[in-house]
Design a protein around this ligand. Structure first.
Ligand SMILES: Cc1ncc(COP(=O)(O)O)c(C=O)c1O
Length: 402
């Protein structure tokens, strides 16, 4: 039976953006990562950024900035924080206080500062692996200790936290949980009950909760991202929420994010370091985030989600049709999580087939920590034709399993 996939939106999600050259980390760094020259028709499906044309509201904001030619010191951070509060309220049902916010140079920077402001060298930082690889890197580079709590796969094929086992693993030196919600790399949209259980766990073990919500806008229909702050309000005294417009609107290069800290004492500690390091965001990032967090931006995201929904169905159906390969059901994000365990092949053979035969560059699963072995993360944030092409190539590269 032929499957028909359709999506339609008023925006252009079919023409790839013009800048997919050497300055783009996703397309420009493939040779570097592989250690040799990649074939000319290699498909870059790794680094978590997308290939679509920018949202028109971003281009308009950029045009205004250029027309003004004003690149000097600037005002307007209050308006930036109010825009963020508006976006949270209209898209996610949370009304954070704009006075509780800090602007940061993206979320990596926000995490690094949270670690330095609120924990000590040697403190344990809990994370649920497999998880965004930089969580581990950030913790280690700040001289803190990584405490991995492997996620378990439930009967529905989805990851769940195993707080009971984690409880027995703790030795009292742990200070915080660094949490990806929704979850990178597997796209889990945590349910309110799960968030509450995690919040209660943090309370019970006196842990801070660093809630990284950078993928918050990308939940598919039928799944609702609930900010940790409203899922579990009891956790507010120990909660640091971090987010950005960068994944949703593909503006990670502008290095702009934000942190929300409702608790006065924690906010004062963060504020002290923020001031000491003189963290000041650039005007382009601030202006484009404000432009993104608008009704026009919201309409673009709605269109984006239609296209990503088509892409996830093509990818998951296509992968699951190959015996031995399983795509975890995608609840959010443009990142698919593919398990090759049942092929019985070695990870070298899988890497060879995917990068050489299929000519696809995925993110290798092992970089995401325990549980990532025998997996790959495949980025579907690209025009549908590219995703379709990738699926056909994978089916051909593993055709002997059919
Ligand atoms: C969960 C998560 N946090 C943080 C980041 C990085 O954020 P930034 O580019 O703002 O440092 C990513 C990027 O993929 C991510 O997936």
């Amino acid at each position: 039976m032929t499957t028909h996939y359709t999506s339609s939106t008023a925006f252009d999600f079919t023409t790839p953006k013009a800048g997919l050259g050497s300055r783009n980390s996703k397309w420009g760094n493939v040779d570097l990562f592989l250690g040799h020259k990649a074939p000319d028709d290699m498909l870059a499906m790794w680094v978590a950024q997308m290939d679509f044309q920018p949202a028109p509201c971003l281009q308009d904001a950029m045009a205004t900035l250029m027309a003004e030619g004003e690149y000097g010191y600037f005002n307007g951070l209050d308006a930036f924080f109010e825009r963020i509060a508006w976006w949270y309220e209209t898209r996610h049902g949370w009304s954070p206080n704009s006075k509780h916010m800090f602007a940061t140079h993206g979320i990596g920077n926000a995490i690094g500062m949270a670690l330095q402001a609120m924990t000590e060298p040697g403190d344990g930082i809990v994370m649920f692996s497999p998880v965004y690889n930089e969580f581990q890197g950030k913790v280690e580079r700040n001289g803190r200790k990584v405490v991995q709590s492997p996620l378990v796969i439930d009967s529905d094929g989805l990851y769940r936290m195993d707080l009971e086992t984690l409880s027995g693993q703790l030795n009292g030196t742990e200070k915080a949980v660094l949490f990806s919600t929704p979850h990178n790399p597997a796209g889990r949209v945590w349910e309110v009950a799960e968030l509450r259980a995690l919040a209660a766990f943090c309370e019970q073990h006196d842990l801070l909760l660093f809630s990284d919500e950078i993928h918050h806008d990308l939940a598919f229909a039928g799944h609702k991202h609930v900010p940790t702050a409203i899922a579990a309000p009891d956790v507010l005294p120990r909660l640091i929420t971090m987010s950005a417009a960068s994944k949703t609107f593909d503006i990670a290069g502008l290095r702009t994010g934000f942190v929300i800290i409702p608790n006065d004492a924690l906010r004062a500690r963060y504020g002290k370091l923020h001031a000491a390091l003189d963290i000041q965001c650039n005007r382009v990032g601030v202006d484009l985030t404000c432009a993104a967090y608008s009704l026009e931006g919201a309409a673009w995201v709605d269109g984006l989600m239609q296209v990503l929904d088509t892409n996830r169905r093509i990818l998951c159906d296509g992968i699951n049709a190959i015996p031995g390969l399983t795509a975890m059901p995608m609840q959010s994000t443009f990142l698919a999580w593919v398990d090759y365990t049942d092929t019985g092949m070695t990870s070298d053979e899988i890497h060879r087939r995917v990068t050489q035969d299929a000519r696809i560059m995925p993110s290798p699963g092992q970089i995401f920590g325990p549980g990532g072995e025998m997996h790959q993360r495949i980025n579907i944030g690209a025009p549908t034709a590219l995703v379709q092409e990738a699926v056909e190539r994978l089916q051909s590269a593993f055709s002997d399993l059919q």
